[in-house]
Design a protein around this ligand. Sequence first.
Ligand SMILES: *[C@@H]1O[C@H](CO)[C@@H](O)[C@H](O)[C@H]1NC(C)=O
Ligand SMILES: *[C@@H]1O[C@H](CO)[C@@H](O)[C@H](O)[C@H]1NC(C)=O
Ligand SMILES: *[C@@H]1O[C@H](CO)[C@@H](O)[C@H](O)[C@H]1NC(C)=O
Ligand SMILES: *[C@@H]1O[C@H](CO)[C@@H](O)[C@H](O)[C@H]1NC(C)=O
Ligand SMILES: *[C@@H]1O[C@H](CO)[C@@H](O)[C@H](O)[C@H]1NC(C)=O
Ligand SMILES: *[C@@H]1O[C@H](CO)[C@@H](O)[C@H](O)[C@H]1NC(C)=O
Length: 382
Amino acid sequence: MVLSVDFLSNLLLALLQFSDPQDTSNSDNGSGRVVGYFTTWSSRPFTPAQAQLLTHVNIAFAIMDSAGSLSFNDGGQTVLQVRQVANGYPNLKVMVSVGGGTNSQYFSNITANPDLTNTLIANILNIIDNYSLDGVDIDWENPTTSDDKSNYVLLMQTMRSALDQHQIDQNRDSSYLLSFAGAPGQWALDPGYDLPGLLNYVDFVNVMTYDYYGTWESTTAPPSPLYGAGAQNPTLNVDWTLNYYTCKTNQSSKLNIGVPFYAYYWNNASALSGSDPMYRISNPLSGGSISWRDIPSSWNLATASFHDVDKVPYIYNPDTQQYLGFENGTSIYYKGQYASQKNMGGLMIWSIDQDDDQYSLLQAVAQGASGLQNSNTVNYQC
Ligand SMILES: *[C@@H]1O[C@H](CO)[C@@H](O)[C@H](O)[C@H]1NC(C)=O
Ligand SMILES: *[C@@H]1O[C@H](CO)[C@@H](O)[C@H](O)[C@H]1NC(C)=O
Ligand SMILES: *[C@@H]1O[C@H](CO)[C@@H](O)[C@H](O)[C@H]1NC(C)=O
Ligand SMILES: *[C@@H]1O[C@H](CO)[C@@H](O)[C@H](O)[C@H]1NC(C)=O
Ligand SMILES: *[C@@H]1O[C@H](CO)[C@@H](O)[C@H](O)[C@H]1NC(C)=O
Ligand SMILES: *[C@@H]1O[C@H](CO)[C@@H](O)[C@H](O)[C@H]1NC(C)=O
């Protein structure tokens, strides 16, 4: 996941007040979920335009310590600001996401200990109450041992019961929501995720169908290819992952396809990896990540290519030997078509604060999710 922390501007923006919400919510109208993660280190505020296009917003992240205590790195300013905007959009669900790629180290010990598990759950309920939230998203990256695998299900089972009891205690009409962020790769899924067990207790899964490629490895490609044509590893694509989740559970309508609003670039990418020009080799390995909104200032989008089969755009600049793998409105269109064909329940975004000021990508995601049916008919060869 992409971290570009700018605490100062975050703090300044957190001081701005956003009022005058209008009740023009178009969410929850029978189409698919549009779930957006919004980071506490965003340098821009959450806006009414985003609230209108989303069905769910996940504040990322509540950070835990070894005792199961939770805090926000900005003292809760982001969640307050999102909550305030969301008040004008009653159908928009606001959730807190717990953990994340850099704060998952305590899940293993906490879920192995019933007292710590109960403490963690009590602290999640405190946050839900304190900020009037609709539920929680667990982002454990990743359970790895067989104990983790069963303890993760136990955490979800206990959390589900606690949320349902809390609903009764609070006299709340609708149930609190529970979801988790699911790994894309077989290396994490096989050892750590009891998918049928987990899906017994959650409302939906935010499948992190991205980071199949990134600058930790020398092979270049966009972060989220829909299919694997030309790839050396046939598991590194969206289709492989959703086939796995669907065939293990028969519950495609609980799955949201993850869409990255960021890109990776590589330097020194003059060599081809094979015969497919989308796959090159960065040698010596060098590169980084960039938000969608920042791409136009350093790359010429008019020079991009689009992979006919894998349905993702990329740029190779032979003068600088630089390569960019990214996502745009067209690749998102194909992910929406795929979600429709395969009976997925929605689309998810990491992260909406990386969109441009016209919300080009978020609009494409909302459009892509608008035709989805609530069906579990399996359209895969399992
Ligand atoms: C809801 O319906 C409107 C109008 O048909 C559509 O534009 C929108 O994308 C739909 N879905 C959501 C999640 O708002
Ligand atoms: C988990 O518990 C073990 C055993 O008490 C301890 O050695 C380890 O440091 C703990 N891990 C973390 C991340 O706190
Ligand atoms: C509740 O929210 C306030 C800000 O409104 C914050 O100062 C406080 O720490 C929060 N408490 C919890 C338990 O989250
Ligand atoms: C999914 O449904 C198929 C067809 O009914 C069935 O054979 C299979 O066992 C089911 N798998 C799971 C995980 O429920
Ligand atoms: C690799 O790329 C970096 C950044 O563009 C550049 O400074 C460096 O000279 C390149 N190395 C080689 C061996 O081409
Ligand atoms: C996405 O990138 C491809 C390749 O450059 C381009 O053909 C397509 O028009 C782009 N889509 C959008 C919506 O900009």
